[in-house]
Design a protein around this ligand. Structure first.
Ligand code: OFO
Length: 173
């Protein structure tokens, strides 16, 4: 049975994942309007993933006897200074999510709630992968530069990554 403290903390995480999903959506729209079609597709897929993260938590809360709450989501920023700025914001956001997941894990461990700690392991691994991916993107941006041809290559790369990921998903389904 889920403690009230963990139930509240998990519901907070539901809200955080929902907000992340909408932030990615805003970023995707900005990219699309700037002409970065590949990057927009990548960020739309990222938005879908965050919704999946939210739903996974949502179902878990109800499954273990809590009450999952549909969150209120604040409107995200829609203005960005540059292509690179978007990814700096992404990494910042993912670092906050990682800290929140680690905090949830601390609570579950303190309460000896092994079921929840085991459930959260998936998120710990997912955050490690995401942070690594965005560090790589920012590293590449440093090499390629913030100019037209560098961003063109980056956009093409991200289109490819998105296509491969979605092909991988349909094979797995
Ligand atoms: Fe990328 O954050 Fe969800 O967990």
């Amino acid at each position: 049975m889920l403690s009230k403290t963990l139930e509240d903390a998990l519901n907070k995480q539901v809200a955080m994942e929902a907000s992340a999903s909408y932030v990615y959506l805003a970023m995707a729209s900005w990219m699309e309007n700037e002409g970065f079609e590949g990057t927009a597709q990548f960020l739309y897929a990222q938005s879908d993933e965050e919704r999946m993260h939210m739903m996974k938590l949502f179902h878990y809360i109800n499954e273990v006897g809590g009450y999952a709450l549909s969150p209120a989501v604040a409107a995200p920023d829609i203005k960005f200074d540059s292509y690179k700025h978007v990814f700096e914001r992404v990494l910042e956001q993912e670092k906050k999510v990682t800290a929140a997941i680690h905090n949830l894990m601390d609570i579950a461990t303190k309460e000896a709630d092994h079921t929840t700690a085991n459930f959260l392991q998936w998120y710990v691994a997912e955050q490690r992968e995401e942070e690594a991916q965005f560090n790589t993107i920012l590293g590449k941006l440093k090499i390629l530069g913030n100019d037209g041809s560098g961003l063109y290559l980056m956009d093409r790369d991200l289109a490819q990554i998105t296509a491969q990921a979605s092909a991988g998903k349909s094979v797995a389904e």
